[in-house]
Design a protein around this ligand. Structure first.
Ligand SMILES: Nc1ncnc2c1ncn2[C@@H]1O[C@H](COP(=O)(O)OP(=O)(O)OP(=O)(O)O)[C@@H](O)[C@H]1O
Ligand SMILES: [Mg+2]
Length: 281
């Protein structure tokens, strides 16, 4: 069916382009089981998920459903009990630390900075670990990232204890981006920020996603962050992904967690946001 240019809005064009894009992450038949002498605890069971290049895929689910564990597995920090995770067609288990670091940046949920290091040393840390660049080049690369996240050159020498929560997040983001990875993992990026800092951080994430052509997997409980950034939402419940779809489709799903999450007391806000963000409609 032919569609005239007039009928193709930027949002629908972007959605179509994303749908056609190659996979960035493919998760197949993933199991995560923690065992202790007292119990066997299944976190993920036969979990499948695809993330396409250029997407911002948000992962939502109740506390303890295994969102952070899943991100850590994509990064290669934890190994699933069974199943496979591929990033750009290569199994994470084969990527190794260097391979993963050059492809994937992560902003950790409780990602503290190194308190004894300056802002610039924190941002440069992954590059210093690599031991392949000169100190001058490392410093220059870190300064570029510092300014990319909206900090000023004079912030470079400050210590983490002197920074606001929003600035700490920005430094951690600059550190996650220091190797120019195509894939960025964000675990609760706006948790703990005041509304203004949160808005500023979401705006920064949106422009970095666009300018750096990033693919993003983001865990968030915050509805504003979720609706402002997501191209799709994946819901983790009953130990697997119940649905991964654009926001409007997800909200219409009858699963009780989804109903409570979007249509409970917070539902009014969810509906306002659906109307506000054309991408979600
Ligand atoms: N190394 C481990 N050994 C045993 N259990 C673990 C381990 N790591 C995580 N878990 C358990 O796995 C479950 C999933 O943890 P995870 O941190 O991924 O939850 P989450 O979905 O990120 O929750 P939240 O929204 O509270 O951050 C939790 O019950 C946690 O206690
Ligand atoms: Mg978590």
């Amino acid at each position: 069916m032919a569609t005239s240019a007039r009928e193709t809005t930027p949002a629908t064009a972007a959605t179509a382009a994303t749908a056609a894009a190659a996979p960035m992450v493919e998760i197949r038949k993933l199991w995560t089981v923690f065992t202790s002498p007292e119990r066997r605890f299944v976190v993920h069971e036969d979990l499948d998920l695809d993330v396409r290049q250029g997407e911002v895929l948000s992962l939502v689910g109740g506390s303890g459903t295994g969102k952070t564990v899943l991100l850590r597995q994509v990064l290669g920090l934890e190994t699933p009990t069974r199943g496979d995770i591929e990033v750009l067609g290569q199994s994470v288990s084969e990527l190794g630390r260097r391979g993963a670091a050059s492809r994937i940046g992560m902003l950790f949920q409780h990602g503290a900075l190194f308190s004894a290091f300056t802002v610039l040393e924190n941002i440069a840390f992954p590059l210093r670990e690599l031991k392949t660049l000169t100190p001058t080049l490392i410093r220059e690369a870190a300064m570029v990232k510092l300014q990319m996240v909206g900090l000023k050159p004079e912030d470079a020498a400050r210590m983490p204890s002197d920074l606001s929560g929003g600035m700490i997040k920005r430094v951690a983001l600059a550190r996650a981006l220091i190797m120019d990875p195509p894939l960025l993992l964000l675990d609760e990026p706006t948790a703990g920020l005041d509304p203004d800092s949160s808005d500023g951080f979401v705006t920064l994430l949106r422009s970095l996603h666009r300018d750096l052509h990033l693919t993003v997997i983001m865990v968030t409980h915050d509805l504003d962050t979720l609706f402002e950034l997501s191209t799709r939402i994946a819901v983790l419940a009953d130990r697997h992904v119940v649905i991964a779809a654009p926001p409007k489709e997800v909200i219409a799903h009858p699963h009780p967690f989804i109903h409570d999450f979007f249509l409970g007391p917070r539902g009014q806000r969810a509906m306002e946001l659906l109307r506000e963000y054309p991408f979600a409609i």
